[in-house]
Write a protein that binds this ligand. Structure first.
Ligand code: 57M
Length: 359
């Protein structure tokens, strides 16, 4: 909005020229998103507490979690509000990718919201149900994949990290591939969201990493120099990624151990969907396995645990899945698990950045 309202006056007031620059708008968009979460956080926590939207804690989980009963959840509403307002204020609203990523984020948030609403307010223990939730996610992601596919000049080739000469073309199959990436990312963040700040930390790291990649992908000269797929008009994703990181930082202020609020499915599904969609738009889809490597590790721990559990009639690989519960049950304190998982997320993000040169 600022871009449309203020930039046109740059011929008379030259300082307004800064609104043209993605770097300038990214910095202020990030700060806007941060301050919205930071200042509205206490009010949202109070309102959610008044409405008694407090987390129910499962009895079969680690005992250390029992004390968290009643912590306000559905804080993702605040994150989505912050992302939406900041995106509307700072990005170029004539850019299709901006609308695709924003609407996908809100859409995944809506699926999570319904699930949370049914569980927290209607006290329906199964919420939306695993199958229906999954169906809605797939439908929405297919829609996102189709919209991206229909963007003029959007390539259906897939970028393979470390191999610049391998980029298979999936043609219309790209829609299904994109949907898979988005649904997987959304669920992986959801599974990781089981300790204070455990999901939002790596979300911030992934958003910051994709902020860099978006800038490169949207800048013809830099993309050419680094031999990265140039995606016309994708530079605005830099601002969106900054916004996700900023909103995440603002939320982390309150979600840091000991958490005053949880994000709920409304937050985790939306944030995963947002990161997955950015990965698709800037054509760094497979790289998400490294950028969001922590989410992948957590998801694999669940797949192996559940698979082994079923095959062996109740035997386990880990003390409990997802992996963070395993370390909790081994006796690591919660902050230790959280900070160590953040360290892994940062290390993986650095490895992903090395693909800009190693190819
Ligand atoms: C949701 N939700 C947290 C909070 C958060 C297939 C199976 C492995 C699925 C998995 C699962 O359901 N995962 C997705 C995880 C829950 O947090 C709420 O959910 C939102 C995210 N969707 O925002 O609203 C609890 O996590 C803790 N928490 C924090 N701080 C935070 O900032 O401490 C969350 C956010 C909260 C709070 O305690 O109540 C969750 O864990 O439920 N299932 C599991 O994770 C379960 N694992 C399991 O059953 N493993 C089995 C295998 C064979 C399937 C095993 O290993 O034996 C565990 N989850 C829990 N207890 N709570 C098991 C026991």
């Amino acid at each position: 909005m600022f871009y449309h309202l203020l930039y046109p006056f740059h011929t008379t007031i030259s300082v307004l020229n800064v609104f043209r620059y993605i770097t300038f708008r990214t910095i202020f968009a990030t700060l806007t998103a941060f301050f919205i979460c930071f200042f509205l956080g206490p009010w949202v926590i109070r309102k959610l507490s008044e409405m008694q939207i407090g987390q129910h804690i499962r009895e079969d989980g680690p005992k250390a979690h029992f004390k968290k009963a009643g912590t306000p959840t559905m804080g993702g509403i605040l994150i989505i509000f912050s992302i939406s307002v900041s995106t509307l204020l700072w990005t170029d609203l004539t850019n299709r990718y901006v609308w695709i990523v924003l609407l996908t984020t809100i859409g995944f948030g809506a699926i999570g919201f319904i699930d949370d609403y049914l569980m927290q307010i209607k006290k329906c223990s199964k919420g939306l149900g695993v199958k229906s939730k999954f169906c809605f996610q797939i439908l929405l992601a297919l829609l996102t994949g189709t919209l991206v596919y229909m963007c003029p000049d959007f390539s259906t080739q897939v970028t393979v990290p470390f191999f610049k000469n391998i980029s298979p073309d999936l043609y219309w199959g790209y829609i299904f591939f994109a949907a898979f990436v988005i649904v997987a990312a959304s669920n992986a963040v959801n599974l990781t969201d089981g300790l204070d700040g455990l999901a939002i930390g790596p979300v911030i790291v992934a958003a910051a990493t994709y902020m860099l990649f978006s800038y490169v992908a949207g800048h013809y000269k830099i993309a050419d120099y680094l031999q990265i797929n140039y995606v016309a008009n994708s530079g605005e994703m830099t601002i969106f990624c900054g916004i996700v990181a900023g909103a995440g930082l603002g939320f982390l202020w309150f979600n840091a151990y000991p958490a005053q609020i949880f994000m709920g499915d409304v937050g985790s599904l939306a944030l995963g969907g947002a990161i997955g969609t950015v990965a698709v738009i800037i054509k760094q889809e497979i790289l998400l396995v490294i950028v969001g490597g922590l989410f992948v590790i957590e998801t694999l721990s669940v797949i192996f645990q559940v698979g082994f559990f079923k095959m062996t009639n109740g035997r386990r690989i880990f003390r409990m899945a997802p992996l963070h519960h395993h370390f909790e049950l081994k006796g690591w304190s919660e902050p230790k698990v959280i900070v160590r998982f953040w360290i892994i997320a940062i290390a993986l993000a650095l490895i992903s950045m090395s693909t800009l040169k190693l190819r």
